[in-house]
Design a protein around this ligand. Structure first.
Ligand SMILES: Cc1cc2nc3c(=O)[nH]c(=O)nc-3n(C[C@H](O)[C@H](O)[C@H](O)COP(=O)(O)OP(=O)(O)OC[C@H]3O[C@@H](n4cnc5c(N)ncnc54)[C@H](O)[C@@H]3O)c2cc1C
Length: 423
């Protein structure tokens, strides 16, 4: 079921050897280079080399489901398998294929809603991998999982938009290659438009006067591989042509952006969980306590079995969702996209947690990829919408689907009433 096309199958083969021959052997060097430079500060040279190789192998930009000059799109179902494999090396493989967040979602936005001029200025270099970008929505002062709360103002002044506000958790913005900020702000704060039609997206060159990065944020108390920053926009001015899409369409576009982004996260998390299970099994076979290997212990076998069952369930749910996106469209598949966004990162957290436990102290150290994988899966339960917001969306769809449901009288009560009327 959900078999890849011939092109998809060939790419899976190429991807598997790319990982084995180029990516896994570079992981240690990548970690050392990132540590030396600080999170998201310099482009690690090993990453540049991998980008060249992946491009030569035809593994470049595979995430983009729309046709663009020089780009032949893959179906979501075919890409699901490739993204799963890339998730096995969560921090290195996706970016070396130009398939990492937040650029992927930003390229989709530009591809779907950009004018020809905006595409030429921003989409082309992003697809070439010569620049990077950030998505600037979340704010410290309002609950941003409800995007209609966003308060940063984008006001029209003659031929310009003027932006004022504070944002945080902005991934990749501190990278020297990051040249574009796609910011969500309110363009109609007091108007008559409904709450979900008051926000717009604006394209801001990062070097515009008034844009300041104030500080780096740690994740779970540690420096992440990617930078996440708090930043301020103080009277930032951009030309009127910098609005992406229509005024007031920001909320709808953010939904369009996050749909595919969510499934990409899930596919990668499945790859991470699969690699964690492999590591857990390999370790359990060689570590012995009290006279037998850990792999002989009932509790460890239960962890292995539960992990296999949960990964396979999650993979099928994700492939089914990718199939729906390809056949009925992202909008009709919205409930399933929310469903996997809850199911998969939670599954991956459990599997990686078991692997860490099997490894003992080593599992929490920097010597194995498990600790970082764990942090990453924990992030995904929050980023791109917390679990509770996605459960809310699934429940809403289910309640709508069963709008006409009626509660039959319980048999016991009916029989009791009949008995009473006979008395
Ligand atoms: C590492 C990392 C990277 C990120 N990268 C980016 C980025 O690049 N760009 C960007 O704009 N943002 C980014 N984010 C921000 C992320 O998307 C937000 O943190 C997330 O959307 C939640 O918003 P919030 O933090 O304002 O939480 P709030 O909106 O304050 O929500 C807090 C909690 O309330 C609960 N909640 C919310 N709604 C409901 C409900 N209906 N029912 C029950 N409970 C509910 C949830 O448990 C939620 O966790 C990133 C976050 C992290 C951690």
């Amino acid at each position: 079921m959900f078999d890849p096309t011939p092109r998809g199958a060939a790419l899976i083969e190429t991807m598997t050897s790319f990982l084995a021959e180029h990516v896994y052997p570079s992981e240690e060097e990548f970690e050392a280079q990132v540590r030396a430079a600080g999170p998201g500060r310099e482009q690690p040279p090993v990453l540049e080399q991998l980008k060249k190789t992946s491009r030569e192998l035809g593994l470049w930009n595979l995430f983009l489901p729309h046709a663009e000059p020089g780009h032949e799109p893959l179906s979501n179902l075919d890409y699901a398998r490739i993204a799963e494999l890339s998730g096995r090396s969560l921090h290195l493989a996706p970016e070396s294929m130009n398939c990492s967040a937040p650029d992927t979602g930003n390229m989709e936005l530009l591809s779907m809603f950009g004018t020809p001029e905006q595409k030429e200025r921003w989409l082309q270099p992003l697809m070439e991998g010569t620049i990077r970008s950030a998505y600037v929505m979340t704010e410290p002062l309002v609950a941003s999982s409800d995007a209609s709360n966003i308060e940063t103002t984008v006001e029209r002044d003659g031929d310009e938009w003027v932006i004022n506000g504070r944002k945080w958790w902005i991934s990749a913005a501190a990278r020297p290659q990051c040249e574009l900020l796609i910011l969500m702000g309110v363009t109609d704060p007091d108007g008559d438009a409904p709450r979900h039609a008051r926000h717009s997206m604006v394209l801001i060159p990062k070097d515009t006067p008034g844009v300041t990065i104030e500080r780096d944020l740690t994740v779970l108390g540690y420096d992440p591989f990617e930078s996440h920053v708090e930043m301020v926009f103080d009277n930032v001015r951009v030309p009127a042509t910098s609005l992406l899409g229509d005024p007031g369409a920001g909320f709808a576009m953010s939904q369009a952006r996050l749909g595919p982004g969510r499934i990409h996260h899930c596919m990668r998390m499945i790859g991470a969980a699969e690699r964690a299970l492999e590591l857990m099994i390999a370790r359990a076979k060689v570590r012995s306590t009290f006279g037998s290997p850990l792999s002989d212990r009932g509790v460890v076998r239960e962890w292995i079995a539960d992990s296999r069952i949960e990964i396979d369930q999650a993979r099928l749910y994700t492939l089914y969702t990718a199939h729906l996106m390809d056949t009925v469209g992202n909008k009709a598949a919205a409930s399933e996209i929310s469903g996997i966004k809850v199911a998969v990162p939670n599954m991956a957290s459990r599997v990686i947690d078991r692997a860490i436990q099997t490894f003992g102290g080593a599992g929490l150290s920097q010597d194995y990829p498990l600790a970082r994988m764990y942090a990453e899966t924990r992030i995904v339960r929050m980023a791109d919408g917390p679990d509770e917001v996605h459960r809310r969306a699934v429940a809403r769809t289910e309640l709508r689907r069963h709008e006409d449901a009626v509660t039959p009288a319980p048999h016991g009560v009916a029989a009791h009433l009949a008995h009473l009327t006979r008395l």
